[in-house]
Design a protein around this ligand. Structure first.
Ligand SMILES: *[C@@H]1O[C@H](CO)[C@@H](O)[C@H](O)[C@H]1NC(C)=O
Ligand SMILES: *[C@@H]1O[C@H](CO)[C@@H](O)[C@H](O)[C@H]1NC(C)=O
Ligand SMILES: *[C@@H]1O[C@H](CO)[C@@H](O)[C@H](O)[C@H]1NC(C)=O
Length: 559
């Protein structure tokens, strides 16, 4: 329901375009895998779920995956036809022109006057769905679509670091990814060789995840392979400690071990980290053990994780993560959603908490889900801004607040995971096969494992909690009114001309091909002056501070 919320919540629209069209991109030519050495612009883009479909056919039947002229039988609305730029609120994938044109639009309009965006996070699903029995997918096609999508991104944002991650539709069959190294992880390390740092190739082949420093010694991204946490992946065991008769480490467990070790290292270096991946870490999506431990880790490294970004759901959403010890839960009532718009509803939810004094904010965290390019709802993308005032840099090691009873060598409790870890031989074998994995601790013989709480690194002064260097300042979200734009193209294609010429069709077709997509501001989480300053510093923008409520956005998802 959150999804509908946000589609409806478009409380900002307007004048965006007129102001934006003049902003043009200045290309800088650092190699695309290099870290940023100059002063950052303080902006990055989140693009997700592009789903290009080379078989998409304009005016084909929506109920035949937008591939064939005739709809599948027994479908009520068999007459619905595939739109030029895609078909909103359908199960069809994106025509390649939607992907290409959207990225070009972003390049022309979302890159500030001062020359750029710092990086692009790209959270997977860059191939079509497996939704047509007559046109089954293959690994080959999926990899080709990923190469094509990468090419579009590189053209749109030359020299800008990309941070890709694998989605559940980027593999064949979808959702199923066996432990690495395997053909899939090896292929993606090839495809993304200019974007995954070379020193991470080995890690990537093993696990499909990697770290990438974005601002050297300041800010890093950790791109997760969420397929090893995703409970639809039947090829893994969902973060058990060991599996099979050789006691292999489950790849989800190996990834969480890695995540924990890396976060600790980044923390020691006084760095901040963006976590990103395809499938969001909800209880509904993740295996129970993966969910529990992932949530535990992010809550324990709040002073180091500046934010978490995911895709997959095609909707605009965020989730609150709670520590098991969290006492208070906001009294959320779906029926009340939208009574006062998203900000009003949030304030109302927040007001049900018992107040700052009695709510331990260390026990809560949040992650973001960005809406998709594929028009499951309406094609959208998100531009983040962040604080670049380096003089305000926070370093965790100096100011952190750690709970007393930690013992960093102790194991995260996995009481439902009854595997005997005393078998040294088994563990040695595991270690040699996964040598980047930290050595697992031994259980004390004869004693029931005692529950201990591990260090919780949280601080009210960290960038995830207060506005300081690297804090997210907010985002603007951009949406395409795909219905209106399809209609505009149909008008061209069906235009009557006074005199009929043989080449009319072709002329009209060419004219249609030349139409480019246009996104509008859906809403921003900050005032107009902040938003526009980046694009028009010289204009001294004095537009509306609170962007007016827009009541007329299509709301079919609620029906
Ligand atoms: C970037 O790529 C080039 C060529 O592919 C490679 O030589 C270089 O080491 C890479 N840099 C990083 C930081 O991975
Ligand atoms: C650290 O934790 C203690 C106990 O939970 C709390 O009283 C104190 O305010 C915290 N300090 C900071 C800087 O967060
Ligand atoms: C960035 O953080 C510093 C330190 O808190 C603050 O002074 C500054 O106003 C922030 N910048 C923005 C744009 O909010």
């Amino acid at each position: 329901m959150r999804s509908c919320t946000s589609a409806l919540v478009a409380w900002a629209a307007v004048l965006a375009h007129a102001l934006l069209v003049s902003a043009s991109q200045t290309v800088f030519s650092a190699p695309s895998n290099a870290s940023i050495e100059r002063k950052p612009f303080g902006r990055f883009l989140h693009i997700t779920d592009l789903h290009p479909d080379p078989h998409y056919k304009h005016a084909s039947a929506v109920h035949a995956a937008c591939h064939h002229t005739k709809p599948k039988k027994h479908k009520a609305d068999g007459k619905q036809r595939a739109g030029w730029f895609g078909t909103a609120l359908s199960d069809c994938d994106s025509p390649p022109r939607l992907v290409e044109s959207s990225l070009q639009w972003a390049a022309n309009n979302l890159v500030g006057k001062d020359g750029g965006i710092d990086f692009v996070i790209w959270t997977g699903d860059s191939a079509r769905h497996d939704n047509d029995d007559k046109l089954p997918r293959s690994s080959k096609e999926i990899f080709e679509l990923n190469r094509w999508t990468l090419d579009q991104l590189e053209r749109a944002f030359p020299g800008v670091p990309l941070v890709p991650s694998v989605g559940n539709n980027d593999i064949f069959p979808h959702n199923i990814l066996f432990p690495g190294p395997n053909a899939v992880t090896k292929e993606y390390v090839q495809i993304w060789q200019d974007h995954v740092p070379e020193y991470e190739f080995h890690t990537f082949e093993q696990g499909g995840y990697y770290v990438k420093e974005l601002l050297p010694n300041r800010l890093a991204a950790m791109s997760l392979n969420t397929l090893y946490f995703y409970d639809n992946n039947k090829a893994v065991d969902g973060c058990v400690r060991t599996r099979g008769k050789h006691k292999d480490v489950d790849p989800g467990t190996a990834q969480l071990d890695w995540l924990e070790v890396q976060l600790d290292l980044f923390r020691q270096r006084g760095m901040q980290v963006h976590l990103l991946g395809h499938v969001p870490p909800t209880a509904g999506n993740y295996f129970a053990r993966c969910y529990k431990r992932y949530t535990d880790i992010v809550l324990r490294f709040q002073d180091t994780i500046v934010a978490q970004h995911f895709g997959h759901m095609n909707t605009d959403a965020f989730f609150i993560q709670e520590d098991q010890e969290a006492v208070y839960t906001a009294a959320h009532n779906d029926a009340e959603v939208l009574q006062e718009g998203l900000p009003g509803d949030l304030r109302q939810d927040y007001s049900t908490l018992p107040g700052k004094g009695r709510t331990d904010e260390d026990l809560y965290s949040v992650f973001f889900i960005a809406p998709s390019i594929i028009p499951t709802y309406y094609p959208s993308m998100r531009l983040w801004t962040y604080n670049t005032t380096e003089s305000a840099r926070y370093t965790a090691t100096t100011t952190t607040n750690t709970t007393q009873d930690d013992d960093d060598t102790d194991e995260v409790e996995q009481e439902d995971d009854d595997v005997d870890l005393d078998d040294d031989e088994g563990m040695v074998g595991v270690r040699s096969r996964h040598h980047h994995r930290p050595v697992p601790p031994k259980k004390r013989k004869g004693k029931k494992h005692k529950k201990r709480r591990r260090a919780r690194h949280a601080s009210a002064a960290s960038p995830s909690r207060t506005n300081t260097y690297l804090s997210l300042l907010g985002y603007s979200q951009w949406v395409m009114d795909i219905d209106a734009q399809n209609d505009a193209v149909e008008r061209i294609l069906h235009r009557d001309t006074l005199k009929k010429h043989d080449d009319d069709d072709e002329k009209r077709r060419k004219e249609a091909e030349a139409v480019e997509v246009d996104y509008r501001l859906e809403y921003a989480t900050y005032p107009g002056s902040v938003l526009w300053a980046a694009f028009h510093p010289e204009s001294g923008y004095t537009g509306p501070e609170a962007v007016p409520k827009r009541a007329s956005w299509p709301s079919r998802c609620g029906a």
